[in-house]
Ligand binder design. Sequence first.
Ligand code: GLA
Length: 436
Amino acid sequence: MKTHIFLTFIAAVLLLTSPALAQERKPDAPGAKWEGLADTPQMGWSSWNKFQTNINETLIKDIADRMVSLGLVDAGYVYLNLDDGWHGERDERGFIHEDPEKFPSGMKALADYLHAKGIKLGIYSDAGTNTCACYAGSLGHEYQDAFMYAYWGVDYLKYDWCYTNDINPKGAYALMRNALRAAGRPIFFSMCEWGSSKPWEWAAEVGHSWRTTGDIGVGFLPIPQRYDENGNKMWTPLGVMPIVDLNEPLRKYAGPGHWNDPDMLEVGNGMTDAEDRAHFTLWCMMAAPLILGNDITNMRPETLAIITNRDVIAIDQDPLGIQGLRLKTDGDIQYWFKPLSGGDWAFCILNVGPEPADVSIDWSSLEVDDDLSGRSTDFATVNYTVKDLWNASAKPFTTLVKGKGKLRKKMVQNPASVVVGSHDVVVYRLSPLASR
Ligand code: GLA
């Protein structure tokens, strides 16, 4: 009898773990990623771009206070993410702990502090033996770490790819996804393997976002190669435009629940206001995660105005969840479109050149037929009201490509032209009027 029960048990285990069955798992089955956490791209703040590993409890609480008082949480920035360098040692049983000097009250107390303010706590680890800054990685401790994060009240995990040697990325990220699921607390899973194994092709069921490129740096155009004092090439980050060029072609892979991540924002970290505005707008056009990376405790009003522009944020957070496209490039001028809900479009003109440009807008040459969304602009038959999103005082106008009677003669096109500053953008929201 006992043998019979044992064999039945083994058969059940084999059946439940067979690959065929695994493929049929419903989204909410054990081992599936947590659903409902990324209907729109994630928004928050991360410690890395400005502070690297110089983080501690006082700084993070200050950041949290400012996120509330500056209206960032209200604008949608709900995650406060500790990046590399929060770690202390593993204990004798293998459980990870926070650095007791940097975080003397402990991670659970920090999570409680944030949650009481309506902020969610993000944390960082690595699929390899070590993090990129050489703290303890999660390799071999995935379930222990996931359980610790859940116990602390963590809401978001960024999972990096340093010191992974030759482990398989798909397996490594799926292992942590399963661990996060088993730990029982919904935790956003942000994959960070820099696009090396084309995660956009396989990770929609694994994570909520995946990095598509190497690390961003403070620079709009390509950042010149860095060298050490002996003339050896040093690791050099990517500027905004090289990242855009890598991320734009991947639009078909993004959508609600799974986003292309062209890295965190460098707004407020040293580019010009125009460059910051263009960087921020392009991230919104690409439905990218909006993770601030500047010192919000010491920020110019111009920077705050950029990161809290609700109209531009709404492009990023649009419920359709379609990544925008670069329709055409004409010298230094680029024309971008993003289909939005309600038949609307975001339309962005970018000038990557060194001088301001006087750009004529010829709507009939800007028709979009987007296979991905099944949407067309139809400027020839649909008129739109046009709102300038960075220039609140500008009066909305109407696109009019062909008109009836007198209007047909005039072939009114509005506006005839617009000046776009160097390394700057103009972005409009187009909303359809009734069809003619
Ligand atoms: C990698 C990541 C960065 C950051 C650092 C931390 O370079 O891509 O975003 O997390 O590690 O060491």
